[in-house]
Design a protein around this ligand. Structure first.
Ligand code: ZN
Length: 182
């Protein structure tokens, strides 16, 4: 087995991010295992909580995601590798929360997502993998599976006025907090 590598992340404007990715024909192929390992390493290096293969210039239906309920748990969580994932919404209500994307650095926006999804995929042994996700984990899965269909989070936003630089959001939050203690 080769050494893991950090991969270059495609950024907004690269056409691969708008393409529909192909199914992985053989999840057990050594190159798929290597790609999955590199995705995990690249995600960790960039402090991400999910990453999809098209984001590293591989137009394949493969994602990695952290099964976490809050960002604090990111460091300890072991990443889930999903090959040819499919999602099914388990409720209809949409909930808005801020999302970012390693392919759209520094920007965040409010994105509506369902709170619970069922997922079905294959693992790297080719075995079926299924489960349910809620909250942040469900949001991560929806964001990453969107990447496989060429959909980026701003395309899901209902109101582009919430699109903002992370640093500006932090400044606004700090100002609001200061206002409260006064
Ligand atoms: Zn993304």
């Amino acid at each position: 087995m080769g050494a893991m590598a950090l991969l270059k992340i495609a950024r907004l404007g690269h056409p691969i991010l708008l393409a529909r990715a192909r199914p992985v024909p053989d999840p057990t192929a050594p190159e798929i295992r290597a790609l999955a390992a590199d995705l995990v390493e690249t995600m960790r290096d960039a402090s991400g909580i999910g990453l999809a293969a098209p984001q590293v210039h591989a137009s394949l239906r493969l994602i990695v995601a952290l099964p976490i309920t809050d960002r604090e748990g990111a460091r300890e969580a072991s990443p889930l590798v999903l090959v040819n994932p499919e999602l099914e919404p388990l409720e209809e209500t949409l909930e808005e929360a801020f999302e970012g994307c390693l392919s759209i650095p520094e920007l965040r926006g409010l994105v509506p997502r369902v709170r619970r999804v069922g997922f079905r995929a294959l693992d790297l042994e080719g075995r079926p993998l299924e489960g349910e996700a809620a909250g942040l984990f469900a949001r991560i899965l929806q964001h990453e599976v969107d990447h496989l269909d060429g959909i980026l989070f701003p395309m899901r936003m209902r109101d582009l006025r919430s699109l903002a630089f992370e640093s500006e959001l932090a400044r606004q939050r700090a100002a609001a907090a200061a206002e409260e203690v006064r």
